[in-house]
Design a protein around this ligand. Structure first.
Ligand code: BG6
Length: 283
């Protein structure tokens, strides 16, 4: 992803040096690129519509206040289709790591859908080998509020056939393509060869996503306060049915999405909830 492809007012560019960069679009505070030593690790559909209305197809959209279909508003909530503010512009700390803070506050549009005053603070830190994304949800209302949230991370892979996810063995997942039927995962390495839409519960804090061979990517995914992991790939037919998804894109991506989606969080007035994903680029 080349920052020059986007209107300068729409994106924030983080540069750690030596080919380690990140690009964040203010529409949804969507991270649309994370390169580690020159290698792109996120999938972004070339058919994605950048109209500042539709959710960006790829990168790391922020899902809040609802994962999935929702009677009060659009699927996966509104955070991914709102324009976020830059609370603290990118700056380097004493180590040379780059940090930036974004915020999203309730406004007339969100209050009309979901009548709660909230504030989201989203901090992104880029180090030579990691991309850290921390989301803090603040209840700014005088009443309690309930929500689910998730970071809808689209990993870029060289070839879905050689892609494996490790760390989910022994967990119970519900298969959204089979009416939420619960199944125990028996495999050490999860490989995907068809339309997948599964929600794993009580996942460990560390997972591994490996793919290759050209380029080989080994990513460690470390989570905090995200007990659920969604694994999604639309596969050939569903990819074709989505106008903003490249027809062959399913071969080059896997979504591994840390979330708090099975049991919603309830925040009393004034309380906050912090959750985080760290992506670590391993050699
Ligand atoms: C996943 C869901 O997180 O996102 C899927 O589990 C859904 O059910 C997918 O199809 C994509 O959603 P959307 O709204 O971005 O097309």
């Amino acid at each position: 992803q080349d920052p020059k492809l986007y209107p300068p007012g729409d994106i924030v560019f983080l540069d750690r040096g030596e080919g380690t960069t990140a690009l964040i679009h203010l529409h949804g505070a969507t991270i649309i690129s994370w390169k580690c030593n020159g290698v792109e690790n996120l999938y972004l559909s070339q058919s994605s519509v950048f109209d500042n209305k539709k959710a960006i197809r790829g990168g790391v959209p922020v899902v809040f206040p609802n994962f999935g279909p929702w009677p009060l508003g659009p699927q996966h909530g509104f955070a991914r289709i709102k324009r976020w503010s830059i609370a603290v512009p990118p700056r380097k700390d004493h180590n040379g790591d780059v940090i930036v803070l974004f915020t999203l506050d309730a406004d007339d549009e969100t209050l009309a859908m979901w009548n709660y005053k909230f504030k989201l603070v989203y901090t992104i830190v880029l180090t030579p080998t990691t991309l850290m994304s921390t989301l803090v949800v603040h209840n700014k209302d005088t009443k309690s509020l309930g929500f689910t949230c998730l970071l809808h991370t689209y990993f870029r892979v060289a070839n879905i056939e050689t892609t494996a996810i490790e760390g989910l063995q022994g967990l119970i997942f519900s298969d959204k393509l089979k009416d939420g039927k619960e199944v125990k995962e028996t495999r050490k390495q999860i490989t995907v060869d068809k339309n997948y839409d599964r929600v794993y519960k009580d996942a460990p804090k560390t997972l591994f996503i490996s793919s290759g061979p050209d380029p080989a990517r080994n990513i460690e995914l470390v989570t905090f306060n995200f007990p659920d992991i969604v694994v999604w790939n639309p596969w050939e037919q569903k990819a074709k049915e989505m106008s903003d998804f490249d027809d062959d894109g399913y071969k080059e991506m896997i979504c591994v999405e840390p979330g708090k989606v099975i049991v919603p969080i309830t925040l009393e007035a004034g309380q906050q909830y912090e959750c985080k994903q760290t992506l670590i680029c391993k050699l």
